[in-house]
Design a protein around this ligand. Structure first.
Ligand SMILES: O=C(O)CCC(=O)C(=O)O
Ligand SMILES: [Fe+2]
Length: 295
């Protein structure tokens, strides 16, 4: 049932004006900014090391890099969204959140191959340990086969901490592929790993984590002893030579316009509702937004 409040909120949320006023320090459809981003470069030995880690352990982590993006303002925006009861993936209305992933082009391409695509799958987390929040429970991002014969992936998840992710505010945990007896087997729904093989992945703000979509991982439960929330953003990508895992796929150097971003945010809220209780009013808004533009 459409409630009046829901309709007026989704009307308000449908205009860039509302979002520009909410976060004046961030950009929306600043074409000059988006077209002049400096991409990180990766040398040959690093590329080979990362490809090897992705095949062997199923993931890698890189220390903080100089993003040349306003990470603190991005964290402040996510906190503000959360405080106002706005689902935090609305952060992807702002250019800076797309810029993060565009800048990683040369890190992603060697893993997935030329012509790789961005999937319409992204999320943002605000894990507040003071209110007993957790990250996402244990899962594999895909249970169908997503690995080539040599172990390299046809899809991956890029996960970026914008604040420090610690063992007390819900950092990621991983069962490395080479320690997981059911990894890449038809029994991958049964988890048989040894507890000692679980790896904590604390990560400073600005670090880079990437994992293939077959590894088992989760965001942990925070402790109220920690006061700083864990803020992170993730996006998924796939190789060009396998059928789309979701649609619409996007070229990784393009960014949808404001209307397309709104529709994509609506899609995310609906497709990840198994991870969060979704209030009927929010489901209504997400549906309206998803249907508001052709994806
Ligand atoms: O951040 C989390 O808690 C979960 C992240 C995750 O599972 C993913 O991005 O694939
Ligand atoms: Fe995941």
């Amino acid at each position: 049932m459409a409630t009046t409040a829901g309709v007026s909120r989704s009307d308000e949320w449908s205009t860039p004006t509302f979002w520009r006023e909410l976060a004046p320090a961030l950009r929306i459809e600043d074409i000059d900014f988006l077209s002049s981003l400096q991409l990180f470069s990766v040398d040959d030995p690093t590329r080979e090391r990362l490809q090897g880690l992705m095949r062997k352990e199923g993931y890698f982590q890189l220390p903080p890099v100089g993003w040349n993006l306003p990470l603190e303002e991005m964290v402040a925006l996510v906190a503000k969204l959360d405080a106002q009861g706005i689902p935090v993936p609305f952060a992807f209305l702002y250019d800076e959140f797309w810029a993060l992933f565009i800048k990683l082009h040369q890190v992603i391409e060697p893993i997935l191959g030329p012509g790789y695509m961005r999937m319409p799958d992204f999320w943002v987390w605000f894990v507040d340990p003071r209110r007993d929040d957790s990250g996402w429970k244990p899962h594999r991002d895909k249970t169908q086969p997503t690995l080539r014969a040599d172990g390299s992936p046809t899809s991956l998840t890029v996960w970026l901490p914008l604040s420090d992710a610690t063992t007390l505010n819900g950092c990621m945990y991983m069962v490395p592929a080479d320690r997981d007896p059911t990894y890449n087997t038809p029994e991958n729904g049964q988890w048989q790993f040894a507890h000692q093989d679980i790896r904590a992945l604390p990560a400073e703000a600005g670090s880079i984590l990437m994992w293939n979509q077959a590894v088992l991982h989760w965001g942990s439960h925070g402790s109220p002893r920690e006061t700083r929330p864990r803020v992170s953003a993730a996006f998924e990508f796939q190789s060009a030579d396998v059928p789309p895992y979701n649609s619409p796929l996007m070229a990784p150097n393009t960014v949808p316009g404001f209307a397309g971003r709104l529709a994509l945010v609506g899609k995310q809220i609906l497709q990840y509702q198994h991870m969060y209780p979704l209030a009927p009013e929010m489901r209504e808004i997400a549906t309206r937004l998803k249907d508001s533009a052709t994806l």
